[in-house]
Design a protein. Sequence first.
Length: 81
Amino acid sequence: MLDLSELTIGNIQRELEVISQEMIVLIKKYNLSASSQLEIIDMAQNNIKDQKDYIRFLELSLEGRIYGEAATAIEKGNIPK
């Protein structure tokens, strides 16, 4: 995770790219293809049998959400750039 001093749109975009690439590997490995974001957690829970992969999937999901919210806050001027 980035430190608070490293939170810039560029750094967040780079982190999100890394997260996306790792997520794609898990999505392909476990054939996850939900029609909505609300279904993906249930689908992952049912399809991912390796506990380490499931935990990593949840971690990546959470990290992506945190970075997304941080980027939104930066764009709205709530966090120094």
